[in-house]
Design a protein around this ligand. Sequence first.
Ligand code: G6P
Length: 366
Amino acid sequence: GAAELGPYRHYMQKEIFEQPRVIGDTLEGVTGIMPELFGDNAYKVFKQIDRVLILACGTSYYAGLTAKYWIESVAKVPVNVEIASEYRYRDSVPHPNTLVVTITQSGETADTLAALKHARSLGMQHTLTICNVATSAMVRECALAYITRAGVEVGVASTKAFTTQLAALFLLTLTLAQVNGRLSDDEEAMYLKQMRHLPVALAAVLALEPQIMAWADDFARKENALFLGRGIHYPIALEGALKLKEISYIHAEAYPAGELKHGPLALVTEEMPVVTIAPNDALLEKLKSNMQEVRARGGQLYVFADVDSRITSGDGVHVIRLPEHYGLLSPILHVAALQLLAYHTALARGTDVDKPRNLAKSVTVE
Ligand code: G6P
């Protein structure tokens, strides 16, 4: 009811603003990197595995895609990420020394549960879930678990569950790196410090809401939008597009920016808003040339940069600058800005933000 909503108009907005706190809760008590955070037997399991298979649906799948970039880069363990409904029905090549990781807010998604059982039937016995519901079927099914502490998520479009999944998956990344001798004490201390500072950094992003609302008025008049990102921000572009289509019913597609010229560039006209995630990372210069390709066709750029990216507003280029550059954890900050863009666009279009048509919070039947 209204009392629970406090100052917020919708659960989705409330849940977006809860993120600093629930990320803090999810990482509470993490004073150092240790396998036992994932279960008593985790060290032994993490020592045995030499690859990771991530299974999930929807927004949780995009958390998995982000984790692939993290784990391969930091822990140097190969990762496959599969959509659960595809994996369960396709012929794949099993590998016994796999850590099977399911990611699920509810812990009850039918396809993800079936995909886990399928993996097990193929001989993969090492299972871990990143799950938000400690009493769920998924937690019962998996040997290892990390419980995110997003709390109850009411909005059908997932927000705080996603960012807490990312926090847990970053912790998994560091843990696998440590077990493989790839995390120095200095790196551990540095990452822990960054993780502890996340709630403050995220609150500063949420404070950009008034600027994002101004963009939402433009978006509300569009029927299409394109989202671009590269590297760890490509999955965030996918999630940003998913949020926009789910709740505002605007057709939105995400592409890794390097693929632009292999198709989506044909869609770019003055009518096409192109949301670009542009933190100052190693891919920024590449991304800037992708942005020029969009501008040359008249496309309107809406750029989420950060304090260090040298991109300025100009003709057809709108820039919102995130206050901190956040390295590997930057996806957690950038997605919050995209959540607010989707939320305010939907609000301007008058859709039922918390209960979008045709969608369910948890898909427990196939
Ligand atoms: C539904 C929800 C999404 C969610 C997906 C997977 O589609 O609307 O928000 O990402 O299911 O749910 P899970 O509980 O497995 O994360």
